[in-house]
Design a protein around this ligand. Structure first.
Ligand code: MN
Ligand code: MN
Length: 327
């Protein structure tokens, strides 16, 4: 019957359009892929956060779809503190026009008041301290070596792209020390930022390993990683970076990279977010599986896309958008 096709067309589910409009430049495209990679890694990993690799295998075989759930009982495509803190930081950078410690601390404090789905202990403790003192730099502490500052470095990497290394490092520490004033955390944050910037500049994985990872391990031998030491990574920044680096350099495409890392369990949303931002910057937008882009919460996806482009424009010397228009 002639109308059957029409009926099917009308009742077929509307597929969300994920093809992006043409972006301003290839650089902006890679920046966008890094942001989306972070959010996708967070959403994918959150389902298996705090599980062991054996538990994941038992429950999922291999966990490779964005399904939500997990201990936070997330909706499919929902992200956690890793992505929402990065977005809060990015917005503060765009409003201030540069990376500013007080603006970052204020943004994180407002973020905490919004009752986020999850929050790290060190983040909470040092933001409460900021409320008391108004001083946006936590006391140095050898105990504050969690991954909470490292998970949100991406907006700093984009905003400071092309700047001299000392300025990049100062910006990294300004945001990191709001909650994590610790040498191992600093080293991780700075390594990740320089890796992202090298990938945006078109460097290969081998080049970036010898320029950024080898010197890190020379300075901090604790960062030497192997497969065995990167199973079931904790929130300790060293364990986190072991899993991220081992997984990133052992795989050769975006999807395998994220699946490999989140299936190690442990702090899987955070290892997923961090390896996702590296993989996005390196492999680019077209390498991101479309099913993951479709599954990601749509408001989050749009915020990531807009913020990535605005931060890259900021790094190119274009004026930041007015505060009320920033994504
Ligand atoms: Mn999280
Ligand atoms: Mn986590």
């Amino acid at each position: 019957m002639f109308w059957t096709g029409e009926l099917i067309a009308r009742t077929a589910p509307v597929r969300r359009r994920v093809a992006p409009p043409p972006w301003a430049s290839p650089l902006a495209g890679k920046a966008r892929a890094a942001y989306l990679g972070m959010a996708i890694g967070d959403a994918l990993g959150a389902s298996v956060e705090f599980m062991t690799p054996k538990e994941i295998q038992h429950q999922y075989g291999a966990h490779c779809e964005i399904t939500g759930g997990g201990w936070l009982r997330l909706k499919a495509g929902q992200v956690t503190d890793d992505t929402t803190m990065a977005l809060a930081l990015g917005k503060a950078i765009l409003s201030a026009g540069h990376v500013d410690a007080l603006a970052a601390a204020t943004a994180f404090d407002n973020w905490m008041r919004g009752k986020p789905v999850d929050i790290g202990n060190t983040v909470r403790r040092n933001l409460i301290q900021f409320r008391k003192t108004g001083h946006p730099e936590a006391q140095p502490s050898e105990h504050d070596a969690g991954n909470g500052a490292a998970m949100r470095v991406l907006p700093v990497a984009l905003a400071t792209y092309g700047q001299p290394a000392e300025q990049v490092i100062a910006a990294s520490r300004a945001q990191a020390h709001v909650t994590h004033h610790n040498a191992l955390s600093d080293a991780c944050c700075e390594t990740l930022i320089f890796m992202v910037q090298d990938f945006l500049a078109g460097q290969t994985a081998d080049q970036v390993r010898s320029q950024r990872v080898v010197p890190l391990i020379e300075q901090f031998p604790i960062y030497a990683y192997d497969r065995k030491r990167s199973e079931n990574p904790s929130g300790y920044v060293v364990d986190t970076l072991h899993a991220v680096l081992q997984g990133f350099f052992a795989t050769d495409n975006f999807e395998d990279c994220l699946v490999d890392v989140v299936n190690r369990g442990g702090d899987a949303d955070t290892t997923g977010a961090i390896v996702g931002l590296l993989a996005g910057a390196y492999y680019g937008y077209d390498a991101i599986p479309k099913r993951w882009l479709r599954a990601l919460d749509e408001i989050t996806r749009l915020q990531c896309e807009k913020q990535a482009e605005a931060l890259i424009e900021l790094s190119r010397g274009k004026p930041a958008q007015p505060a009320d228009q920033t994504p």
